[in-house]
Ligand binder design. Structure first.
Ligand code: MN
Length: 422
């Protein structure tokens, strides 16, 4: 059995008013090609198909065109689960119609967990394995939202609720497999949640949904019966803790400036004839659009825009410019917005669009001021942004800077893992 794991498409998303439809089109086409080329048996989507509960018409069109094409590639089964951005009702609406094409939709937690257990079939109808298609679990699904409870109590209940759900799903799946004499086949699970050890971007942290800061769960929340757990919710591809088989595929296109340097990919998992430990392959996806964040003084940004090669990407670059004061504490010019928009146009024509120009006031970088009253604001800043600023102040550039940023990310992830052990 060979599956393709993807998640967090966020079809219909706009970034500062701009549609991301073109890169979504490229991405969907690329996944179709991968399904065909790698002879994938099942596509598994771990949630956030759409960016909103009421997706725009073109996003629905992309979704249905994709599904129609996907089942013509030789892929026998498609499994779609709902994320926190999806409306369970909207996703479930065409459920029974899609089922006739072996496309299974689990928009929200089902009343009976047995209904989340889906056999994975090849195009001839042979069962190759099973999937516990667990969608994003809402408070009401966990039946644990009590008024007046403290954050700690709530957090504990959520973790217990999630663990319980996966235990029940594993039991139901094993029973179903036993009844069908399929105990030897692989069993996988999906999930849309924040598992500890995970690294977030702006988009994730902003949301503050229940499995964000509260109720973090570790890789051990997933019973060993699952030989692979396909996760969604975090947009950077990564494994959870030390378990290679519990991982996030990440979003296949950059959805936010915080994702600008992430490698985007889909994950292919293959079981051998004996159905024991599967092999995992990350297949990188092409970057069709660059999300560029320039941070520096007026003249530094001018230099960076000058040196930038926008022709490397099929779609126009979207830029976010963060202007910092120079050593005299001034920003360097008037009408920054107008200046940089017209500079970008002069240099790169239609190949670059400046979406946002921000003048960073000195006090939004309080880390170095030692002033306690502004320290709280540091918490509101993207950690990686603060680190990047520090590197820039130290004059680090190019590959050295990227190397240090990578190390910093790993350190953050390690710290999270330690928290889990404690
Ligand atoms: Mn998402």
């Amino acid at each position: 059995m060979k599956i393709l794991h993807t998640a967090d498409w966020h079809l219909g998303r706009r970034l500062h008013g701009q549609e991301l439809t073109p890169e979504h089109d490229f991405m969907l086409g690329e996944i179709i090609a991968i399904l065909r080329e790698h002879r994938i048996n099942a596509l598994v989507h771990a949630g956030d198909v759409f960016d909103s509960a009421n997706p725009p018409t073109n996003a629905l069109k992309q979704y249905y065109s994709f599904l129609t094409e996907a089942i013509q590639t030789g892929c026998g089964t498609v499994i779609i689960t709902g994320g926190n951005h999806d409306s369970p009702a909207a996703l479930n609406a065409p459920k029974y119609l899609l089922e006739t094409m072996n496309i299974h939709v689990v928009g929200g937690a089902t009343e009976d967990v047995k209904d989340e257990i889906i056999p994975i079939k090849d195009t001839s109808g042979n069962v190759l394995g099973y999937c516990a298609a667990v969608p994003f679990l809402r408070d009401k699904d966990l039946r644990y939202s009590l008024p007046g409870e403290s954050d700690d109590e709530r957090s504990k209940r959520i973790v217990e609720g999630i663990r319980g759900h996966y235990e029940r799903a594993a039991t139901a799946a094993l029973e179903k497999m036993k009844t069908a004499n399929h105990e030897h086949l692989p069993l996988i699970a999906t999930g849309h949640l924040f598992a500890q050890g995970g690294i977030t971007g702006d988009l994730d942290t902003k949301e503050q949904i229940h499995v964000g800061n509260l109720g973090q769960i570790g890789a051990d929340a997933f019973p060993e019966a699952f030989s692979y757990v396909a996760l969604g919710h975090l947009h950077r591809p990564q494994r959870v803790g030390k378990r290679d088989m519990v991982r996030y595929s990440g979003s296949p296109v950059p959805l936010d400036f915080s994702e600008r340097d992430d490698g985007k990919e889909v994950v292919i998992v293959e079981w051998n004839k004996n159905n024991n430990s599967p092999t995992i392959e990350s297949v990188p996806l092409t970057a069709h659009r660059r999300l560029m964040r320039c941070s520096g003084t007026w003249s530094e940004i001018e230099t960076e825009l000058n040196a930038y090669d926008a022709s490397k990407y099929a779609l126009p670059t979207f830029a976010e410019l963060r202007i910092l004061p120079n050593s005299d504490g001034v920003f360097g010019g008037m009408n920054a917005d107008e200046h940089f928009r017209s500079l970008a146009e002069k240099l790169h024509g239609a190949q670059m669009l400046v979406l946002r120009v921000v003048q960073e006031r000195a006090h939004v970088l309080p880390a170095f001021s030692g002033n306690a009253s502004t320290d709280a604001r540091l918490e509101e800043l993207d950690r990686e942004f603060v680190f990047e600023e520090l590197l820039k102040r130290e004059g680090r550039k190019g590959s050295q800077m990227l190397g240090l940023q990578q190390t910093y990310r790993e350190l953050l992830s390690l710290l999270n893992e330690e928290g889990e052990a404690a």
